[in-house]
Design a protein around this ligand. Sequence first.
Ligand SMILES: [Cu+2]
Length: 102
Amino acid sequence: MCKDCGCEANGTNVTKVFKVPGMMCDNCKKTVTGAALGMPGVMSCDVDLKTKDVTISFDSAKSTEEQISKAIDDTGFEVTGITDAPHHHHHGVGSVIKKLFS
Ligand SMILES: [Cu+2]
């Protein structure tokens, strides 16, 4: 949710980072991505194999983070934590600098 610019203040779209330490290779990545994208309301799923972070954007009115977490768990990969995604919008350099020093 965007607190800084309010761009999603009226929506139910959220981006969360799901920690899935069990992912080792592209096949794991595909399995987890497939499970996430199979959930209603999930718009994007981005896996970082290095950090084991799965960044998922979804409509919280259609699927909850618990439901998505369960879907990933069901593939055999354990979700060990869910955190808010770091906020990045492309509002230009100004907002980036503001963030760095705030
Ligand atoms: Cu694998």
